[in-house]
Design a protein around this ligand. Sequence first.
Ligand SMILES: Cc1cc2nc3c(=O)[nH]c(=O)nc-3n(C[C@H](O)[C@H](O)[C@H](O)COP(=O)(O)OP(=O)(O)OC[C@H]3O[C@@H](n4cnc5c(N)ncnc54)[C@H](O)[C@@H]3O)c2cc1C
Length: 335
Amino acid sequence: MFQKNISLKPINTFGIDAYAESFVSVTSLNQLQDIISQYKDIFILSGGSNILLTRNISKPVIHLNLKGKEILEIPNQNKVYIKAQAGENWHEFVLWCIDNDFGGLENLSLIPGNVGTSPMQNIGAYGCEIKDTFYELEALEIASGKIKVFKKEDCNFAYRESVFKNTLKDQYIILNVTFELTKEHHKLNISYGAIQDALQKKGISNPTIKNISDVVIAIRQSKLPDPKDIGNSGSFFKNPVISKEQFNNIQKAYPQVPHYPLSDTSVKVPAGWLIEQCGFKGQRYGDAGVHKNQALVLVNYGNATGKEIFELSQTIKQTVQKKFGISLNIEVNIV
Ligand SMILES: Cc1cc2nc3c(=O)[nH]c(=O)nc-3n(C[C@H](O)[C@H](O)[C@H](O)COP(=O)(O)OP(=O)(O)OC[C@H]3O[C@@H](n4cnc5c(N)ncnc54)[C@H](O)[C@@H]3O)c2cc1C
């Protein structure tokens, strides 16, 4: 059932030409259970949009392709529960919800990857995160082969974090995710200035979820490089949260520093701005580089290796540390 020596280049958005020694596409739960009864040390690959492959993978690579969507309606309530299987493409799923007038995911339009991976780092964009609409997920425990239900409180969701990236890393395979969405009277989130401006420009004062999805798609297309054109994995680093005191010191030297106060004592600073101040924006080193419009996005111009991109990320990290005293954390999963 396994294929040997398969290039993963078409299945990772960085376009890194790393190989899987053995590779299988899994389309049913039975098939997955059968595999994990034989192999415990495996690598799960979904959309490949949040990984940097720095070497070939010797563990069996399981490409998760479980498909399907179910609607569970609650009579007389403004709620609908949608269960989607892990291998459903995230953006197609969001568009399907919008076509059915199910509200809640519209701000997360056009994020690459699959539904099953969305809770891994609590994907987020334009003021929303999946924790806002997440109801529960089912995951297969690799050690026991048992299926466990995780409610929101079990997932420890935080900014680009969940229990699956931390204490339970590599222990569970997420099989499906259920979202609690609205059927009508949608709770729109237009807190982001860019969304408000785009709606205003289009003369839309009473937006629908489709209007919001459309403007989010347009904003993302204008800002982020499409992995089809240039290999990348979106934001490479997380935006750091620093103390108010440290922020005040930086602001003295750089009065224009963009920032988002999180509490009386902590401030979030855009990692892209810090990287840009260190002079990396638009720089190219062989085929590895920093995107010309988005310093937070590292790119592969064609034949960069994962190691070269990783080394560039370390140079950036050290330079930012030296200049600002801020330690950047990587968002992408380094393999
Ligand atoms: C252009 C671009 C823009 C992006 N914008 C955003 C954004 O706005 N917001 C955001 O949050 N993210 C963003 N991302 C990152 C990425 O899209 C998300 O993290 C996405 O959820 C990754 O899904 P995937 O299926 O591609 O995961 P993969 O890259 O296949 O896997 C990521 C990790 O999860 C593990 N994994 C995968 N599936 C499962 C599973 N079912 N069970 C257990 N473990 C699993 C893998 O082993 C790996 O460690 C962007 C990426 C790109 C390329």
